[in-house]
Design a protein around this ligand. Structure first.
Ligand code: BEZ
Ligand code: FE
Length: 312
């Protein structure tokens, strides 16, 4: 086609992939082209701005490798990740809501027994977590696979430290016959997402901060139920209403009670202040009757989606 102009280019670009034989790809690319063209028209995009945008995405690509995933951060901070989570996790009222997965999940984290300390040396005040996994009718869900991961009190996940240390602040447990589980860890604190790259520059240019409110990540799977990927947030955190990645749901906020040094729930005597929290996870029944396996980006290797994001 010749003499394509601003009035005809959208229609013609769409016509060029009329013969695509993957209908899903065709639908997605049709929408991408329509929205990109509409965006350029809407903001009256200049050639210089188009080049700047391409340069920004090039920078995002250059900093991304098996140790750092800047595209995930971009998707998260633009609200795309949370939108896709919301679109794909419509659940009946009463079920625990899903939220963003984030880049710091590690497949095959160490298996722990109930009562164990998943901190495994991570820095922070002790925290004793109790919970239970149920179905919507309140039925206990025994033997659910519960994966938990969290940052330390400096706001870093184990995989962000240089030298690939042992798993710290993450682990896999199973719920007991009555659906309950309990473990010891450390008290999570609010932390900034990595902001030393192009996404950080974007946030600064937009007058935004990179902080996330304190949270624990959970992924829970049980036969017959939908997999749940969610967080538990701390009531009173100053970033609950300005989470950099839009992940906070009111239903996921709970009191993390702080205790003076003394006798802990596990019967031991603790010489520092510690916290306790309790949360019930309500799973939705799987439509197929079989839990979906796997997780976004999950691999059989022990590595995070982002790999090891080094601090140094
Ligand atoms: C997290 O909660 O681990 C996270 C989520 C989105 C971007 C960065 C970190
Ligand atoms: Fe996190």
């Amino acid at each position: 086609m010749r003499n394509v102009d601003e009035d005809t280019i959208t229609r013609i670009a769409l016509a060029y992939h009329e013969g695509a034989n993957n209908p899903r790809l065709k639908r997605i690319m049709t929408s991408v082209i329509q929205h990109l063209h509409a965006f350029a028209r809407d903001v009256e995009l200049t050639e210089d701005e188009l080049y700047q945008g391409i340069q920004f995405l090039t920078d995002v690509g250059h900093i991304t490798d098996d140790k750092r995933q800047e595209f995930v951060l971009l998707s998260d901070t633009l609200g795309l990740s949370m939108l896709v989570t919301a679109l794909n996790n419509h659940k009946p009222a009463g079920c625990t809501e899903a939220t963003v997965f984030g880049p710091f999940f590690v497949a095959n984290s160490p298996e722990y027994e109930n009562g164990d300390d998943v901190a495994n040396g991570a820095k922070g005040e002790p925290c004793f977590v109790t919970g239970r996994v149920t179905g919507l009718a309140g039925e206990p869900v025994p033997h659910a696979r519960i994966e938990v991961w969290q940052a330390d009190s400096d706001g870093f996940y184990d995989v962000q430290y240089a030298g690939a240390p042992a798993s710290q602040g993450r682990g896999t447990l199973r719920s007991l016959e009555d659906g309950s589980f309990h473990f010891r860890s450390i008290t999570a604190e609010s932390y900034p997402i990595p902001y030393d790259g192009p996404v950080g520059r974007m946030l600064t240019a937009l007058g935004r901060h990179p902080w996330r409110p304190a949270h624990l990540h959970f992924m829970i799977e049980a036969p017959g139920y939908e997999r749940l990927i969610t967080h538990v947030f701390r009531a009173g955190d100053e970033y609950l209403d300005s989470d950099a990645v839009f992940g906070v749901r009111s239903s996921l906020i709970t009191d993390w009670k702080r205790h003076e040094p003394g006798k802990a729930p596990d019967g031991t005597s603790i010489g520092t202040p510690f916290s306790t929290l309790d949360f019930t996870f309500v799973l939705n029944r799987a439509k197929t009757g079989v839990a979906r396996r796997g997780a976004p980006g999950r691999s059989s290797e022990r590595r995070s989606i982002a790999g090891n994001w080094r601090i140094d």
